[in-house]
Ligand binder design. Sequence first.
Ligand code: KIV
Length: 274
Amino acid sequence: MSVHVQTSRMTTTKIRQMAAEGEKISMLTSYDFTLASLVDEAGVDMILVGDSASNIVCGNSYTLPITVDEMIFLTKGVVRAAQRALVVIDMPFGSYQVSEEEAVRNAVKMMKESGADAVKLEGGEEILPAIRHIIQAGVPVCGHLGLTPQSVNQLGGYGLRAKGEAEAEKLMHDAELLAQAGCFAIVLEKIPAALAGEVTKMLAKYNCPTIGIGAGNLTSGQVLVLHDMLGLNQGFKPKFLRHFASLAESVKNAVSTYVAAVKDSSFPNAEESY
Ligand code: KIV
């Protein structure tokens, strides 16, 4: 299926405009030049270099271990690939919680050294001063509420968030504070669809789109982890995830065919030799 894709480079202004005009926003993660090139060519609006790289690229069980310098290293390749998509870099755990000064220093370093267009931070009111200072420094910020994986040790797991009234009210309040502070978008992760719809409606007056993951289809857009939606991450199939391909099987078939061809000396053949 082909889609009509705007070819000029995405900006945070265009992202806000898309939401205001009712056009859904597509976002996917990428962590390297080759896959980011394909994702960009296929027409995604925003590429997130997520700290999920800690799991997907580095094999950790949590997002917490990845560092600022590792995030910058990965993002450089993605930025070289992105001709059209807006590139957002995740600020890793510990890089914005200590003080506002340190948050700004790290955000500026990440923007300067990676070439990303914006940063993303997890949390609400408790990190508002950091968000305000980063935005004042001229760095566009994407918020992230609901399930915030950097706080997994505090949350006690990766379950659905804001099921109860008190947490849902706090989330609405946090979303409004983030939008008032100037966030150009807010990721809503793993919350009930109806709540995500309410947040999205409430944020319309701030022209602040919501990007959902496990948050239903009433948000302004959607984000998924690329390796999950491509079916590369075997055994990970939460309810919200759709596999748009089954690449784990394709990769394993290709590799086992290669191994067999090497073993029986059918690769390389005469045409593949000099
Ligand atoms: O790190 C990440 O990939 C994310 C998405 C799941 C939104 O934050």
